[in-house]
Design a protein around this ligand. Structure first.
Ligand SMILES: [Zn+2]
Length: 427
């Protein structure tokens, strides 16, 4: 099937193709980019007034299957991703069972192939059962299709194991993705340690719990030479540590999520458990540090940490509810609203962090790119259209978003994967 996207404004953070152009897609690939392409046999999408770029890549989601299908399934998550403009998501292995075997990786891939949504790239666990005691067989996991390694959800506390893991991951050419929080310091606490935890008279998760492990992991990356990626960075000091190690030439990258540059810890006072997330929402100074890190390139990627929970779970009291928020269907708009519309960052710089850079960190060459010959994975969106977030309209099974009822700017119109339309906005 041929598809002709007409008159869209192309944004390409890498190759610099820009302006209002047509794109002809043939056999799942971008065949021609040019002005006024004529191809009578093609299905036409009128993209005038809209922006076209490479499909978004989310390097950090939780799809909950196997084991927690009441929260989300691979199918519902993949379709929610498509609705958010994502053509690929990398899913964390903290399921039941943990994804720590080639069979587990294959299971995720098989489910994803049936979903009819975004591609799903499995991340395998660093340690067996995410217990932090024994490394997995990374060679076999990679051969089965794992794109990276992480114990996100149950962060590695054992520095010796992490060191071994990095050496072995480096040999296999796999990046280790690290959720940095010291378990003893954060326990199961619900909020940032600070003004809000004091006001609520509950213990909090201190910033230093994150920063200590960012420092520890960065030093291990320096020593082992392994590629390290810090997940959902949330404090100004964490950003500063990553900046320092990058300057030294250490192979370290990091991501943040829209919640960390949109909200402060005060959101917990307004929204309770809906604003509970690990690491927690922090202070205004931390939000400033995150924005600075995004602007100067210290923060490489914007991910969602999409973490679905049931309504019943999130209705529990703040200290008993599970942590996490969904983000696939709001990430683009939330990023444009917080970063692009106020003039803090260009569209191209934002999209780079949501397409090509996460694909590179996950070693998926050619993905996240819009160029002649590349896979026809695209998103078409209106960066200026305002809409009010209504979780009842989400394709995700879950509703736990702190953006509910908020007005955001930026609306996905079409998501195209390998030349097939996997999402089209309802008229
Ligand atoms: Zn995490």
């Amino acid at each position: 099937m041929k598809l002709l996207i007409r008159q869209g404004r192309l944004v390409d953070p890498v190759g610099g193709i820009g302006g209002v152009l047509d794109i002809l897609i043939e056999d799942g690939k971008v065949a021609v980019i040019g002005s006024d392409i004529r191809e009578p046999s093609a299905r036409v999408i009128d993209a005038s007034g809209l922006t076209v770029c490479a499909g978004l890549v989310d390097m950090h989601v939780h799809l909950r299957e196997p084991g927690f299908e009441y929260k989300e399934t691979i199918a519902s998550g993949a379709r929610a991703a498509a609705a958010g403009g994502f053509t690929a998501v990398a899913c964390m292995p903290n399921t039941r069972p943990t994804i720590d075997t080639p069979e587990g990786v294959s299971f995720v891939k098989e489910r994803a192939a049936l979903a009819g949504g975004a591609q799903v790239w499995p991340i395998a666990a660093v340690s067996k059962g995410q217990r932090g005691q024994e490394v997995n067989d990374y060679e076999a996991l990679k051969a089965a299709g794992a794109v990276a390694l992480s114990d996100d959800g149950v962060p590695v506390q054992n520095a010796n194991l992490l060191r071994d893991a990095m050496i072995l991951a480096h040999r296999q050419g796999l990046t280790v993705l690290s959720h940095c929080e010291d378990a003893d310091m954060v326990q199961n606490f619900a909020v940032n340690e600070g003004r809000v935890s004091r006001q609520l008279r509950i213990p909090g998760r201190p910033a230093i719990a994150e920063e200590l492990q960012v420092m520890r992991d960065a030093m291990l990356a320096e020593e082992t030479g392994a590629a390290l990626h810090i997940c959902h960075i949330s404090t100004a000091k964490s950003v500063a540590i990553v900046r320092r190690f990058k300057r030294k030439g250490v192979a370290i990258t990091c991501e943040t999520c829209p919640q960390y540059f949109t909200f402060t810890e005060d959101e917990v006072l307004r929204q309770g458990a809906l604003a509970r997330v690990n690491p927690p929402l922090r202070t205004p100074a931390d939000v400033d540090g995150i924005l600075e890190g995004l602007k100067d390139g210290t923060i490489d990627a914007i991910a969602t940490d999409h973490a679905p929970h049931s309504a019943e779970e999130k209705a529990r009291p703040l200290t008993e509810a599970p942590s996490g928020m969904i983000g696939l269907e709001t990430a683009l708009a939330a990023s444009l609203t917080a970063l692009y519309h106020p003039g803090a960052m260009s569209l191209s710089d934002i999209l780079r962090r949501m397409t090509v850079t996460p694909a590179c960190i996950l070693r998926m060459p050619g993905k996240g790119r819009l160029a002649i010959g590349s896979d026809a994975d695209l998103v078409i969106f209106d960066p200026d259209e305002a809409w009010t977030v209504d979780p009842e309209r989400f394709l995700s099974q879950a509703r736990n978003t702190p953006f509910a009822g908020k007005q955001l700017k930026g609306k996905v119109k079409y998501t195209i994967l390998g030349g097939e339309i996997i999402y089209k906005e309802e008229a």
